[in-house]
Design a protein around this ligand. Structure first.
Ligand SMILES: Cc1ncc(COP(=O)(O)O)c(C=O)c1O
Length: 427
């Protein structure tokens, strides 16, 4: 039996549903016994000549003063030396601790979060593992456009869209119909708070999702994209991630459940490239190590080694007693913008514009009727109304990122949208 055979047997024993969905690349992925592996084994040796990084001879970095000065007070071992391919364990454990504190007391077992260079990399790794040409990937509509790039453009998956709203109201029916059309192992993506609408289901709606997914008869790899975790401004919305609702209900013999989250939006650290991939799985089960080996193999064969300064900065932040107050202050600022935007949209009286329901996140989506060329409208709004929005083709809509507009400017933004669309249609 080769090392890969053993690894795959471990993977299959703990994650049979995921095993049934694994791509050819996923089956072949394994962390190689190359330099990072050999260097980790040699850690602590008196004469350690394994890795191609400059140290003082005793394991400490020798940074150039100009770069050291720029990185300020970050832990020099993290910011100036290569990271383990799965990320620094201290950071991964600190993130796991924060995840749990936001889980509403969920006791489901989860793996130690695997470090990612942003959530995009986690989506890409999961696409590598579970998607190959023709594999159904069930995705929301509307959605973040990069899902198409990652799952379809890069990996050739067959996107099966489910509408998040039916006649401007959230409904389980489209997801139900999309799942019912599948008779083979598939991937399904959930993203709440949702980009681009900013919507999060209420607890009863979340129960419908859990019931529908857990009852699905064919293998499913369920990905919960928690990019905007915690950004909820209404008490009626589900207050914790859907991952924690799903984790106790998902049966690994059929399904596998993954959570993607990170500092990008949660800690407002957009270019830090700090994300995490966590599986609903006993961390002591050999399948957890097998999964980590496959992910580390993918990391090794793509970025080589993950960013160190980003990890050092986030670990530093997680160790500060003030961090959650800082996050709460950011949420309070966003919540104020949300309330002002909500009021302005409620007062909107334009038959061509239909705001979708929203209760969190950083976006609002406005359905646009009667405009054939939405991109031409978007460019007209820039040129003639000094207004930048994102056009979404399916359904036809404009997305407002209220996270990047001051609270004072929001009413004027909505007035310009109203006037601009009316002028465009009256041309
Ligand atoms: C829904 C969603 N998922 C994932 C990402 C990617 O996050 P990251 O920048 O950490 O790769 C984004 C970024 O906008 C997003 O909106």
């Amino acid at each position: 039996m080769t090392a890969l055979d053993e690894l795959n047997a471990d993977f299959q024993s703990g994650l049979p549903g995921a095993w049934a969905t694994l791509s050819d690349l996923g089956r072949r992925a394994i962390f190689p016994r190359g330099i990072p592996f050999q260097s980790a084994q040699a850690k602590g040796t008196r004469y350690n000549g394994t890795i191609g990084q400059v140290t003082d001879g005793a394991g400490a970095p020798v940074p150039l003063p100009s770069i050291e000065a720029a990185l300020g007070g970050l832990d020099p071992r993290m910011s100036h030396l290569y990271s383990p391919p799965s990320g620094h364990l201290s950071l991964r454990q600190a993130w796991a601790h924060r995840q749990r504190s936001l889980s509403g007391g969920c006791e489901a077992l989860t793996t130690t979060p695997f470090f990612l260079m942003g959530l995009s990399q986690g989506l890409s790794f999961l696409a590598d593992l579970f998607v190959e040409p023709g594999r159904p990937v069930v995705v929301p509509r509307p959605r973040w456009g990069n899902y198409d790039q990652i799952f379809s453009f890069r990996r050739g998956g067959r996107l099966v869209s489910y509408d998040v709203f039916v006649e401007q109201r959230w409904s389980i029916d489209p997801l139900d119909r999309a799942l019912s059309s599948l008779e083979e192992p598939s991937v399904v993506l959930l993203n709440y708070p949702h980009n681009p609408t900013g919507y999060t289901p209420d607890p009863a709606q979340a129960r419908q999702i859990v019931e529908r997914l857990s009852a699905h008869p064919h293998p499913l790899v369920i990905i919960v994209d928690d990019a905007y975790a915690g950004m909820i401004y209404e008490p009626s919305a589900l207050q914790r991630s859907l991952f924690w609702e799903l984790a106790p209900a998902i049966e690994p013999s059929r399904h596998a459940l993954f959570k993607l989250d990170g500092a990008t939006k949660e800690l407002l650290f957009f270019p830090g490239r700090v994300g995490f991939l966590t599986a609903a799985l006993d961390p002591e089960h050999p399948a957890a190590a097998a999964l980590e080996s496959k992910l580390a193999g993918l990391a090794r064969s793509s970025v080589g080694s993950p960013t160190g300064p980003g990890q050092a900065a986030v670990l530093h932040a997680l160790q500060q007693p003030t961090l959650e107050d800082e996050v709460a202050a950011a949420h309070a600022m966003l919540s104020e913008r949300y309330q002002v935007l909500r009021q302005a949209l409620e007062a909107l009286d334009n038959p061509a514009l239909h705001p979708y329901p929203f209760n969190g996140g950083v976006f609002a989506l406005i359905g646009v009727d009667g405009v054939e060329d939405l991109d031409a409208l978007r460019q007209y709004l820039i040129a003639d109304h000094d207004l930048g929005l994102v056009a979404s083709a399916s359904p036809p809509a404009l997305r407002i990122a209220f996270c990047s507009v001051s609270v004072e400017d929001i009413p004027e933004l909505v007035r310009r949208l109203d006037r601009g669309v009316a002028a465009w249609l009256g041309r």
